[in-house]
Design a protein around this ligand. Structure first.
Ligand code: BTN
Length: 259
């Protein structure tokens, strides 16, 4: 069964399915058929949930939250890529407010609690030449998952496991959507991350920690010193130089085995 509604005061259309292949795929198919800016798709389960770098995203648990927002921004793909960081900030902020957990961001867009991953974000864009038709920001949050497979136990956790209380996923979704819409309006003014830069960096789990940068031209190590207003990670290398690292190239060594 499909349910369609609006979150009061928000104006974005929200569409709920019991089970889909992937909410990102549902959003992209809808985008191809002309769905409007701000349409949100969420599901209780996904049978082909997608993660970053071609991985799959475990989505069998009905207590977890899986959703994707379809946006039709009229700015360049480079600007659009910052929306993933904006979403990471919003998710960490709302999780912190709703659970009182110390939710932190592992650059660019994983959310960690007690050094384990609780949320992943997968953004996709449809381009027409150099212009984008739409983008989809997909978010998976381990909300009520009680058990994790042996190989993930040290790497992943859920809000329920860390907060030891039940959290209602639909309420969490509506809080995230409301906060994201507000932050998106502010983002439209600057088209960069200045509006969230300070709190984003305050929540950055990598801050002042050793990172290993997986650069196609060669790996190197340094100390993460925060993100720039356009979303790159600043890494201080041993010789006192700073490198700007673009999303997708960096991983953290020795702290989080899931990277
Ligand atoms: C990651 O690898 O960390 C990103 C995971 C993103 C998972 C979410 S769940 C909702 C949306 N639909 C998908 O198929 N993937 C994203």
């Amino acid at each position: 069964m499909v349910k369609e509604y609006e979150v009061p005061g928000m104006g974005w259309k929200v569409i709920h399915h019991a089970c889909v292949d992937s909410t990102n795929e549902v959003a992209k198919r809808a985008g191809d058929l002309g769905a409007v800016h701000g349409t949100v798709f969420w599901a209780d389960r996904q049978n082909a949930g997608k993660g970053r770098r071609g991985r799959s995203w475990y989505s069998e648990e009905t207590g977890n939250l899986y959703f994707s927002i379809l946006l039709r921004p009229d700015f360049s793909p480079r600007v659009t890529s910052m929306l993933t960081l904006l979403m990471a900030y919003v998710v960490a902020k709302v999780i912190g407010e709703e659970t009182k957990l110390n939710a932190l961001i592992k650059w660019p867009n994983d959310i960690v609690v007690n050094e384990k991953k609780v949320c992943g974000i997968l953004s996709e864009m449809k381009l027409n030449g150099s212009k984008q038709e739409y983008c989809v920001i997909g978010v998976g949050i381990n909300v009520m998952q009680k058990q994790f497979p042996q190989d993930l136990r040290d790497l992943a956790t859920s809000l329920y496991r860390e907060a030891v209380k039940s959290i209602e996923k639909e309420m969490l979704l509506h809080r995230i959507l409301t906060c994201f819409q507000q932050e998106y309006e502010r983002f439209l003014v600057t088209k960069n991350l200045t509006t969230i830069l300070e709190p984003y960096n305050d929540m950055l789990v990598n801050m002042d920690r050793q990172v290993r940068v997986l650069d196609p031209k060669g790996e190197y190590e340094g100390i993460a010193r925060g993100v720039t207003e356009t979303g790159e990670l600043l890494v201080e290398t041993g010789d006192g130089q700073y490198q700007k690292v673009y999303a997708g190239e960096v991983s953290v060594r020795g702290l989080y085995g899931y990277v």
